[in-house]
Design a binder for this molecule. Structure first.
Ligand code: FEO
Length: 182
């Protein structure tokens, strides 16, 4: 029988493809959410936080694309997600970073659920692929926690918020951020 050389053979089962597409929605939403936060910060003059969040938004799009390529290369079909219900306004800078942490915790949970399903379905290739996301989530949660700690340690009165914004600008790209109080 003639082999179809153009369509890759499927190595991803349909269920796994569906879960990975759901994760694509989550990463796409993360990117949009952080872009919205960056914009709000910029309009309020929190320029370092804005820069942090613009970069974070780009990184999330990168995560989404990583999943796109994996799904398609494994013979599935990655779907461009519909992004709706993005929050555009925030009560305070602290609320922005509280939302970042809450959101990252949800993303971690979602990644861990898929990893668990990989084991149940013996999909060790996807399990291996997702380990990058497991490590990335640990780092992202840590950075979000460090950002939030700054509000308590520095305090928001006087030049506090200005200082917090400056410090948040330094957090991006740090792989292993020690707690601010150490
Ligand atoms: Fe890619 Fe932070 O979720």
């Amino acid at each position: 029988m003639k082999q179809n050389l153009i369509t890759p053979q499927r190595s991803l089962n349909k269920e796994m493809e569906k879960w990975l597409n759901e994760q694509i929605v989550m990463e796409g939403k993360s990117s949009a959410y952080y872009l919205s936060m960056a914009s709000w910060c910029e309009t309020k003059g929190y320029n370092n936080s804005a820069e942090f969040l613009y970069k974070h938004s780009d990184e999330e799009r990168g995560h989404m694309l990583k999943l796109f390529k994996y799904v398609n290369q494994a013979g599935g079909h990655a779907l461009q997600p519909e992004i709706v219900d993005i929050k555009h306004t925030f009560k305070s800078l602290r609320e922005v970073f509280e939302d970042v942490l809450k959101h990252e915790i949800q993303v971690t949970k979602s990644i861990h659920e898929i990893v668990d399903r990989c084991l149940t379905s013996k999909d060790f290739t996807t399990f291996n692929f997702l380990q990058w996301f497991v490590v990335e989530q640990r780092e992202e949660e840590t950075i979000a926690r460090r950002a939030l700690e700054l509000f308590d340690i520095i305090g928001e009165d006087g030049v506090g918020l200005w200082t917090i914004d400056m410090e948040i600008g330094k957090l991006h790209g740090l792989d292993d951020v020690a707690p601010a109080h150490r």
